[in-house]
Design a protein around this ligand. Sequence first.
Ligand SMILES: [Zn+2]
Length: 360
Amino acid sequence: MTSESSRRPADSAATASPDIAEMTELRAIVASAGNATTLSSACEISAGGHRFEVPVVTLGNPDPALPAVGIFGGVHGLERIGAQVALASLRHVVSRLRWDDALHRQLDCLRLVFMPIVNPGGLWLGTRANPAGVDLMRNAPVEASERVPFLVGGQRIGPGLPWYRGPAGAPMEPESAALGRVVERELLGRPFSLAVDCHSGFGIADRIWFPYAHSPAPIEHLPELHALNAVFDQAHPHHRYIFEPQSRQYLTHGDLWDWLYQRALARPDQVFLPLTLEMGSWLWIKKNPRQLFSRRGIFNPLAGHRQARVLRRHLAWLDFLMRAAASHARWRPVGAEREVERQLALARWYMPAPAKGGKA
Ligand SMILES: [Zn+2]
């Protein structure tokens, strides 16, 4: 792998990494792609006396005038299914390179970036946090505008408790900073880009979250999100995703995607839509209560058939996002249509729910 500079190099006494299953799979997929993909390392970290690379795979047309999609996973080391969904999408694309003309036409006008193992140390150690005990999704320099739930919203008490943000004023963790550099280099600076970050663990339904996580305020690109959701609903009328701003569920400090979205806003001539796929894992537990007693099992489907179903189900969504990005000029609202879409989105997601027990 070619390596970028990392602000905090891994411990030089650490030995090269033992293979994580997801890393082995990523290398096999890249090898099968011939020279169609580029594998690089966004940074190197150390965990448990070993060194690990944070891999990035790119393919498609690098021209910055073209749209791009970034697929991310493994930010939380315990949520292996997120890394596996991102890898399944990469495999789905690479396996079609040999025969699919429509895919080649799509890649002529689209850039794809895969970062499926953002937190290899956490994957290796079986922890949500990175090896320093920091929750990468609470690590960005973003403060919530209102009270956040105790601990879950992000805390600075210490790495012994979950959802640790890292010390106040400290630089971002190497993995968070690396993700930021990849987004900055590959997605921002284009007229249109989409990101989807694959997680698991909240609730029983599969959710598609968009910013903000730090504030209940609506974001500027609400019209584009509402229109994207509408074309998805039309193409996949029986899908089971709940599409909503994360702030409808809970607020947090330090969300990486809020931070990156706000950086993108500084360039008003471009649209960057960061989405989070939050796979509802409580249903897997309901169907197999023994999973409750397995730390791995709270966040991942243990039964093979269930895992296969999860991987299969989300391929259609990720494939849709690639098509939507490549064809953004056909469905993106412009001019007065943006205000219409914004009003519909505000009514759907930002109006208070009617009081229960009131007048009909
Ligand atoms: Zn997560």
